[in-house]
Design a protein around this ligand. Structure first.
Ligand code: GLU
Length: 314
C-alpha cells in the first residue's frame, strides 16, 4: 500500500504498523544495550515502540510510553539553533559537511583532515563544536534556550536526566579529548568544561516516542509549527535533513539510505527520529543496538515500513 495523505485511513495504517512491529520485534534479541555510559545500561533490550505522526494525527505500536534520553538525536536540534544564531557561513567555518565512515566518537580524522575541523556536525566532535557556537548566558542560559526550543516544538516543558548527565560527565573522557584538541586548533570556542557540560546535558534531554515523532513532523513541515508559525527557516531545515541522510545513522548511513531512504537520526539510547518530507514524522525507541550503534529493531522496522508504504525519497 503506497503511502498517500489523500488515502489516509487511520485504521488501515494502524493495522499495518502493528503488524510491522510484531514482525520485527524479534530483531531486538540480536543486539545489545549501550553501556559505555553506565546509566544507559538500564534500558530494557526487549522494548520496541513507534509513533507515526501526520496531518491526520498519530498512530502508535509497541512500547512507546516511557521517556528516554535523546543522546545523538539532539545534534539535529543544536545544529538548527546554531544555524539560526550564527548563520551558515560561521557554523561551517567550525565544522565540515562530509560523512566520515568512522565511528561517532572517532578522533582520528580530527588531526589528519585539513583544515582541522570535525568532518560534520553529526559526529561527537562536530556536535561539541556546534555547542560552543550557541548564543546564551553561560551553560544555564544556553541550556534553557535549547530546552525552550524543544518545548515550543512539542508543546511541553522538557527537562534532562541528571543521572545520565552525571554518568556521562564522569565517563566522557573521549569527548573531553576531542574537545581539548579542538580548543587547541581554534575550532572550539570558549571554556572546554562548560561546552562539554552543555553537550552532556543536551544528550540527556528526555522525550517520548510521540514527542520524537512530533519533532520529525515539524521537520517534515519545513520548520513550521502546527499554528502556522515558521519557527526556523526552511534553509535550516533543508541543511539539517540533508545531514540526516548523509550521516544521521552513524557509519551505516549509506546502507540506511539504500534500504530505507528517508532522513533519520539515531542515538545510543535507542531512539530514532525519522522524517518523510512534507508527510510524516516518526519516533522510535528500541534500546537494543546493532554494531554501528543504531537501534537494531528500529532500523528493521523502518526498513519494513519503507517498503510497505513506499516511503523512500530516492
Ligand atoms: N552522549 C553520547 C556521546 O557523546 C552521544 C552518542 C550518540 O548517541 O551517538 O557519546
Amino acid at each position: 500500500m503506497m503511502f498517500s495523505m489523500l488515502a489516509w485511513n487511520t485504521d488501515d495504517w494502524q493495522i499495518d504498523l502493528t503488524d510491522a512491529l510484531t514482525m520485527n520485534r524479534h530483531w531486538t534479541g540480536n543486539g545489545s544495550v549501550a553501556d559505555y555510559i553506565p546509566e544507559l545500561r538500564w534500558g530494557d533490550p526487549n522494548q520496541l515502540g513507534i509513533v507515526v505522526t501526520s496531518n491526520y494525527g498519530s498512530i502508535k505500536a509497541g512500547d512507546c510510553g516511557m521517556e528516554f534520553t535523546l543522546q545523538s538525536i539532539v545534534k539535529i536540534l543544536t545544529l538548527m539553533l546554531a544555524l539560526e544564531d550564527q548563520g551558515e557561513e560561521k557554523v561551517f567555518s567550525h565544522v565540515g559537511s562530509e560523512p566520515t565512515g568512522d565511528p561517532f566518537n572517532s578522533i582520528i580524522k580530527l588531526e589528519t583532515t585539513s583544515p582541522r575541523k570535525p568532518l560534520n556536525p553529526m559526529i561527537n566532535a562536530g556536535a561539541i563544536a556546534v555547542c560552543s557556537l550557541l548564543s546564551g548566558q553561560g551553560v544555564e542560559g544556553k541550556m534553557s534556550r535549547i530546552t525552550s526550543f524543544i518545548s515550543t516544538i512539542i508543546n511541553r516543558e522538557v527537562g534532562y536526566s541528571h543521572a545520565v548527565h552525571t554518568s556521562e560527565k564522569e565517563t566522557g573522557d573521549r569527548n573531553r579529548a576531542l574537545a581539548y584538541f579542538m580548543k587547541d586548533v581554534g575550532v572550539l570556542i570558549g571554556d572546554v568544561d562548560e561546552v562539554l557540560d552543555l553537550y552532556f546535558r543536551c544528550c540527556s534531554i528526555e522525550l517520548t516516542c510521540s514527542e520524537l515523532a512530533r519533532i520529525g513532523y515539524f521537520l517534515a513541515m519545513k520548520g513550521r509549527l502546527e499554528d502556522g508559525c515558521q519557527l526556523v527557516s526552511k534553509a535550516t531545515v533543508r541543511l539539517v535533513t540533508t545531514f540526516m541522510v548523509t550521516c544521521g545513522m552513524y557509519n551505516a548511513s549509506g546502507e540506511f539510505a539504500i534500504h530505507v531512504g528517508i532522513p533519520a537520526k539515531s542515538g545510543v539510547s535507542g531512539g530514532i527520529l525519522a522524517v518523510v518530507p512534507d508527510t510524516l514524522g516518526i519516533g522510535i525507541y528500541g534500546p537494543s543496538l546493532d554494531d554501528k550503534g543504531n537501534s537494531i529493531g528500529g532500523v528493521k522496522l523502518l526498513q519494513d515500513l519503507s517498503k510497505r508504504w513506499d516511503l523512500s525519497i530516492f
